[in-house]
Design a binder for this molecule. Structure first.
Ligand code: TXA
Ligand code: MG
Length: 355
C-alpha cells in the first residue's frame, strides 16, 4: 500500500516535471535567431505563439489551409468564427483586402496598432477560405509590436492569428499563459514579456453602409469617430443582429462564476477590485464576515488602485486568471465606469459572467 502511494506520488511528480519541461521547451526568448526559426516553422505549416501589443496570438501562414485548420483544432474554435490576418505593412494588406478611403484614413491614424478593420476580401487574394470562414469580408490589422512585425516579414506571408487561448477561455497576455492554455498544440512561443494593452484589438466593420465597432478595445468609437470626422457607433450584437460571429459566443470565461457590480463579498468569493477597496466588506454568514482588504493575498487583486482604465485593461486577463482557482466560490468584480476603454473592459466582463 505504502509502495503504491510512493509510486503514484513519484509518478505525479514526474508528470509535473515533464509538463513543466514541455512548457519550457516550447517557450523561446525572442532574439533575431528565434524569430527566424519561428518564421521557418510558419513556412513549414506550423503554429507559433506570437506576442503582440494586445494579447498573444496563435499564428500560422494565412495561405496554408492545413496550417489554418490546425489553429481551429488547437483552440477548439468553431469553424464559423473567422480569424484576423496580420500584416507588416499596408502594401501587404492591399494584396488581400480592398482598402477604401475610410480604411486608408484609419490606417494612417491607428496602424501599426490595436485596430482591426473588416474589409472586402480580394477574391484573388489566394488566402485559405477557412481564414474568413467563407465570408466575403476579411479582418486585418498591422500590430504595433516589433517581434510580431519582424516575424510577419521574415515569414514572407500574412499571418492568421486569433488570440492564443482555448476557444471561450481567457485570452493570454504572457508566454506562460499561452503554454498553459495550448500546451503541445503550439510549436514554439516567442516570449516577449507581458502584453501592453492587455485586451484584444478594437474591431471596426468598414464593409457596410456605415462604419461600426463590432468589438470594443483599446481604441474607442469616439477616437475612431474623431479620426474619420463622422459618427461611429457600437454594434455589439445586442439588438440580436449578429455582425461578427465572435459576438455569438460566451467568451473570456474563467472556470468559476463571475459576479459583476459587487459592492460586498460573499464568504469564499475572491475579489477583483477597481479603485479603493477600503470599504469593501465580506458578508457575515456565520463565520464573522470582515473586510475584503484583510483577505489572504491570493483572494484579492486590484485592476487599478488609482482607477486608471488603461492600467485596468492591461491587468484584466492576468488577474482573472490568478483568481480563477477551484477553491474560490467565484470572482466578485467591482463596478468599472463604462466610458472610454471601460466599454471594452465591461464587454469582456459581461461575457465572462454569462452562464
Ligand atoms: O488583438 C487581437 O485582435 C488579437 C491579436 C492576436 O491580434 N486577435 C484576436 O483574434 O483577438 P480572435 O480570433 O480572438 O478574435 C477575432 C474577432 C472574432 O470576434 C471574430 O468573430 C471577428 O474578429 N472577425 C474576424 N473576421 C471577421 C469578419 N470577416 N467579419 C466580422 N468579424 C470578424
Ligand atoms: Mg479570441
Amino acid at each position: 500500500m505504502l509502495l503504491v502511494c510512493v509510486t503514484s506520488k513519484k509518478k505525479g511528480l514526474l508528470f509535473g516535471v515533464s509538463r513543466a519541461l514541455l512548457f519550457l521547451m516550447s517557450i523561446k526568448v525572442t532574439t533575431l535567431q528565434s524569430i527566424q526559426e519561428a518564421a521557418e516553422i510558419i513556412k513549414n505549416g506550423g503554429l507559433v505563439g506570437m506576442p503582440t501589443e494586445t494579447v498573444y496570438g496563435l499564428a500560422a501562414d494565412a495561405y496554408n489551409g492545413k496550417a489554418v485548420a490546425k489553429i481551429f483544432e488547437a483552440k477548439g474554435r468553431p469553424a464559423f468564427n473567422p480569424l484576423i490576418v496580420h500584416c507588416h505593412n499596408i502594401e501587404q494588406v492591399e494584396t488581400i483586402a480592398q482598402m477604401g478611403k475610410e480604411a486608408r484614413s484609419l490606417a494612417e491614424y491607428f496602424w501599426p496598432g490595436p485596430l482591426t478593420m473588416v474589409l472586402p476580401r480580394r477574391e484573388e487574394s489566394g488566402l485559405s477560405d477557412l481564414v474568413s470562414a467563407g465570408l466575403p469580408t476579411l479582418a486585418v490589422r498591422i500590430p504595433s509590436h516589433k517581434t510580431a512585425l519582424t516575424l510577419i516579414k521574415a515569414a514572407g506571408v500574412p499571418l492568421a492569428a486569433p488570440s492564443a487561448n482555448k476557444s471561450g477561455s481567457l485570452s493570454t497576455t504572457t508566454p506562460a499563459h499561452v503554454a498553459e492554455s495550448l500546451g503541445r498544440a503550439v510549436d514554439v512561443i516567442l516570449a516577449d514579456g507581458a502584453c501592453k494593452v492587455g485586451l484584444e484589438s478594437t474591431v471596426i466593420d468598414l464593409s457596410g453602409d456605415a462604419p461600426a465597432v463590432l468589438r470594443p478595445g483599446g481604441i474607442t468609437a469616439e477616437e475612431i469617430s474623431a479620426a474619420l470626422g463622422q459618427p461611429v457607433s457600437y454594434d455589439l450584437g445586442e439588438s440580436g443582429e449578429i455582425k461578427s460571429p465572435g459576438q455569438l459566443l460566451k467568451h473570456y470565461a474563467p472556470g468559476i462564476p463571475v459576479r459583476l457590480h459587487a459592492v460586498d463579498l460573499e464568504e469564499g468569493e475572491a475579489l477583483l477590485g477597481f479603485g479603493s477597496i477600503k470599504f469593501m466588506g465580506v458578508k457575515d454568514t456565520g463565520r464573522g464576515g470582515g473586510a475584503a482588504k484583510d483577505l489572504p493575498e491570493g483572494m484579492v487583486r486590484n485592476l487599478s488602485e488609482s482607477s486608471d482604465l488603461y492600467e485596468a485593461a492591461s491587468n484584466l486577463f492576468a488577474m482573472m486568471r490568478a483568481l480563477d482557482k477551484p477553491e474560490h466560490k467565484g470572482i466578485a468584480v467591482m463596478a468599472i465606469p463604462g466610458e472610454g476603454v471601460g466599454v471594452a473592459i465591461n464587454d469582456r466582463l459581461k461575457r465572462a459572467a454569462q452562464s
